[in-house]
Design a protein around this ligand. Sequence first.
Ligand SMILES: *[C@@H]1O[C@H](CO)[C@@H](O)[C@H](O)[C@H]1NC(C)=O
Ligand SMILES: *[C@@H]1O[C@H](CO)[C@@H](O)[C@H](O)[C@H]1NC(C)=O
Length: 284
Amino acid sequence: MYTTALTTVAFATLAAAGPLNLRSDYTVGPFNACSASDRAQTSCVNTTAIQDSCCIETRGGQLLQTQFWDWNPATGPSASWTIHGLWPDRCDSSYEGFCDPSREVTGDQITQIISDIGGHNLLRYMRRYWKDDASVDGNLWSHEFNKHATCFSSGRPQCYSGIPAPGTTPAKGSTNPRKDVFDFFYRTTELFKGLDTYAVLKAGGITPSNTKTYTLDQIQGAIKTAYGVTATVGCINNTLSEMWYHFHVKGGNVYDGEYLPINGGPSTCKATGIRYPPKVNPEA
Ligand SMILES: *[C@@H]1O[C@H](CO)[C@@H](O)[C@H](O)[C@H]1NC(C)=O
Ligand SMILES: *[C@@H]1O[C@H](CO)[C@@H](O)[C@H](O)[C@H]1NC(C)=O
């Protein structure tokens, strides 16, 4: 096991920033220092040129925390949506994928990296809430990292300080060489914890039902009441299947910056008659 810089102390600035930001189970980084000028900026709406693309996201500056309502076959608890991923869209909502084959990992490698860093609570959480509906969960985890996390300009290995050269044994106290992997899964689960779609819809009177249907305005109204913005609401056959929450990131990279909610894009649901079925034979 590598000795890492992980502690249970939260970054004071992040802890103060609100529920969408990091709490204290683990820390992200350590990252290389950034200029005050970069640290004052927000992705996509920066007012001066960003000097260091490790400091503020310049490649996928619109971040999407995406979630599934997998009701048949059901995945995850009956009273929760589950995690799809954390995606870097460009500011104009176009996107790219699989940006760095040299960083790709398998599901087994992800499990090993996270447990080597002591992330047992993180793994437990992922096994409950980050579910593949067709095969083992690690297949979805590796797909999400390999396709999306490799496209962040910030959060690349070279953005970290103290990462040993590939193939060398990390010195005591140095950073695990794949802290970029750990931080992706940690940051995504922390964002997801602050985006409880099930509870937000329920607060707006929208609960799973085999008989009732809902309007898109009702769904977006509930999301807007909770977060002040709309989401991208995804339907298959006018049945809720995904929710995408959009953000810009302020004052840091994709893992240590503050997530600022922005409005979502066009929904694939109709205006009315939207179904939200209960999960069929869910876990508890
Ligand atoms: C925002 O930063 C990018 C990357 O450095 C730069 O190309 C762009 O011109 C900046 N926007 C403004 C308004 O300065
Ligand atoms: C689509 O929804 C209709 C109406 O609820 C249902 O009868 C039909 O079987 C569904 N089709 C698919 C492919 O799920």
